[in-house]
Design a protein around this ligand. Structure first.
Ligand SMILES: O=P(O)(O)OC[C@H]1O[C@H](OP(=O)(O)OP(=O)(O)O)[C@H](O)[C@@H]1O
Ligand code: HPA
Ligand SMILES: [Mg+2]
Length: 165
């Protein structure tokens, strides 16, 4: 397992900007029948995409894979992948959207379920990148992305006080 040594916090504004950039890229490749969000991380990107692209048909694939664990400090370790809800058909004409690909395990599973769907994410790490058709931002494999829905505003200790004296 790759240890996560870097933290990459993403603000709502940055996420919105990146999701709009993804919408532009996908609009060029349409027309599309609808969007399938991979829950839960794909839900917010899907909401922004369907608004920008004027798509009204939205479905979900519900999967559970990461568990709070060994990676520590809110970063998570991956357990077994469990599909709670799938979608009928082969995905042709549909955008399958997730917030990111990391190892590519989730992507491999959903691509197997919907082989003709166009798989799109906002962020991609190198191991998962080959499984994505369209993404916006690449981050290194040892980076843990922190999404705005997982964070809250809180006091930040001045750097000088964190520094060993
Ligand atoms: O490429 P992988 O290594 O499979 O990791 C990527 C997946 O992990 C996260 O979801 P997670 O399973 O944590 O659940 P969530 O979306 O419900 O938060 C993320 O939203 C992707 O779906
Ligand atoms: O870097 C990440 N951030 C948030 N969730 C994740 N799930 C897999 N990798 C990540
Ligand atoms: Mg997810």
């Amino acid at each position: 397992m790759v240890p996560y040594s870097k933290d990459f916090p993403v603000s709502w504004e940055e996420l919105h900007r990146n999701a709009r950039a993804l919408s532009w890229r996908l609009l060029e490749q349409g027309p599309w029948k609808g969007i399938i969000a991979i829950t839960r991380g794909g839900l917010v990107p899907a909401a922004i995409l369907c608004r920008e692209m004027d798509i009204r048909l939205i479905d979900t694939i519900c999967v559970v894979s990461y568990k709070e664990g060994e990676a520590g400090q809110g970063a998570m370790a991956q357990g077994d992948l469990n599909v709670l809800k799938g979608v009928e058909g082969d995905g042709e004409g549909f955008i399958l959207v997730d917030d990111l690909v990391d190892t590519g395990r989730t992507a491999a599973k959903v691509r197997e379920m919907l082989p003709k769907a166009h798989f799109a994410t906002i962020y991609a790490k190198p191991a998962g990148k080959p499984l994505v058709d369209t993404f916006i931002t690449e981050v290194s494999q040892d980076t843990w992305i922190r999404f705005p829905w997982d964070m809250e505003y809180t006091f930040s200790t001045p750097l000088a006080d964190r520094h060993e004296k």
